[in-house]
Write a protein that binds this ligand. Structure first.
Ligand code: BJW
Ligand code: ZN
Length: 246
C-alpha cells in the first residue's frame, strides 16, 4: 500500500494536537505473528477461549487453562514488534501528551520502546495468586497437573484480566482520563467488542476528539469514527508518521 488518503483535518491535527490517545488490540500484533482472538485466524476458533478466559474455567480445570497460556507464552517469547508498534513510539515522541492504552497482554509496545503504556488486561508473562492477588515471581512449571501455590495456599495464575473481572484500577482510570482529554484518538486493531476497553474511543468522541480507526474490517466503532483506514496497522501507521515528519 503506497497511497493512503489522509484527510486534511487529520493532517492539521497531527501538526497541532497536544493531547493524543491510542487504544490498541490484538490486530496490532498480528503482523508480528501473534494470533488475534476473533476472526478467521482467531485463537478462539481452535480454543474455546470464552470458556478458558474466565474464573470459572480456572476453578474447574486450572491445568487446561494453564496449558492454553503456556502455549501462548511460547508464541510470544519468539516474536518481535512490527512497524506498527515502532510507529507508535515515534508518535509518543512527537506529541506533548501521549497515552497508549492497550488491551494486549504481549508486552510488545514496551519492547518496541513505548513508555507511557496502560495495560488494561494485564501481562501474560506475569503471574499472581488466584486467592490473594500477590504477584508471584517464581518459575511456573505445571508438572503432573500440580499448579504452584502462593504462601497463602492459593493457586498461581497468569496476571491477566478474565471476563467478569475488574480491570486494574490505575490503568482504567488513567485510560479514561487520557481518552476524555484527547483531541485526537486512534483505535487500532481491535474488534471493539470487549468493554470497558471499547468504551474509551466512545468517551473520547463524546468529549470532542477526532476519532481515527485503523482495522482490516469494519467494527461497531466505524460508524462513529471521523476517519477509517481499512488495512494493516503495520502499513498505515508508518505512512501517518511519515506525514508528520514532512
Ligand atoms: C487488524 C490486523 C492488522 C487483524 N491491522 N487490524 C458493557 C457492555 C456489554 C458487556 C460488558 C460491558 N461491560 C462489561 C461487560 C462484560 C465483558 C464484555 O465486554 N463482554 C462483551 C464481550 C460483551 N467485559 C468484562 O467482563 C471485563 N470486565 C469488566 O467489565 O468488569 C466489570 C464487570 C463485570 C461483569 C459485568 C459488568 C461489569 C473484562 C474483560 C476482559 C477481557 N479479557 C480478554 C482476555 C485477556 C487475557 C488473555 O489474553 O487471555 O482480553 S478477552 C480478549 O478480548 C482479550 C482482548 O484484549 C480482548 C479484546 O480483543 P481485541 O484485542 O479487540 O482482539 P480481536 O481478536 O477481537 O480483534 C482483532 C481486530 O484486529 C479485528 O477487528 C481484526 O479485523 C483486526 N486486525 N489484523 C489492523 N494487521
Ligand atoms: Zn496468595
Amino acid at each position: 500500500m503506497s497511497m493512503v488518503e489522509i484527510p486534511e483535518k487529520l493532517i492539521n491535527l497531527l501538526r497541532t494536537a497536544r493531547s493524543v490517545a491510542v487504544l490498541t488490540g490484538a490486530g496490532i500484533s498480528a503482523e508480528s505473528g501473534v494470533p488475534t482472538f476473533r476472526g478467521e485466524e482467531g485463537l478462539w476458533k481452535k480454543f474455546r477461549a470464552e470458556e478458558l478466559a474466565t474464573v470459572e474455567a480456572f476453578m474447574q480445570n486450572p491445568q487446561l487453562v494453564w496449558e492454553w497460556y503456556m502455549y501462548r507464552r511460547e508464541i510470544i517469547n519468539d516474536v518481535r514488534p512490527n512497524p506498527g508498534h515502532y510507529a507508535l513510539v515515534d508518535l509518543e515522541n512527537h506529541f506533548e501528551d501521549f497515552t497508549l492504552i492497550t488491551q494486549n497482554v504481549d508486552g510488545l509496545h514496551r519492547t518496541a520502546g513505548s513508555k507511557k503504556v496502560l495495560e488494561l488486561h494485564g501481562n501474560i508473562l506475569c503471574n499472581k495468586c488466584f486467592e490473594c492477588g500477590e504477584p508471584y515471581e517464581g518459575e511456573v512449571e505445571i508438572k503432573e497437573g500440580e499448579i504452584p501455590r502462593c504462601d497463602c495456599g492459593g493457586r498461581i495464575r497468569p496476571d491477566v484480566v478474565w471476563f467478569g473481572e475488574l480491570l486494574p484500577a490505575a490503568a482504567i482510570s488513567g485510560a479514561l482520563d487520557a481518552s476524555e482529554k484527547a483531541e485526537l484518538f486512534f483505535s487500532i486493531g481491535t474488534s471493539a467488542l470487549v468493554h470497558p476497553a471499547a468504551s474509551m474511543p466512545m468517551a473520547a468522541k463524546r468529549n470532542g476528539a477526532y476519532l481515527v480507526e485503523i482495522n482490516l474490517d469494519p467494527t461497531p466503532l466505524s460508524e462513529m469514527a471521523d476517519c477509517v483506514f481499512h488495512g494493516k496497522s503495520g502499513e498505515i501507521l508508518p505512512l501517518i508518521v511519515e506525514r508528520l515528519k514532512e
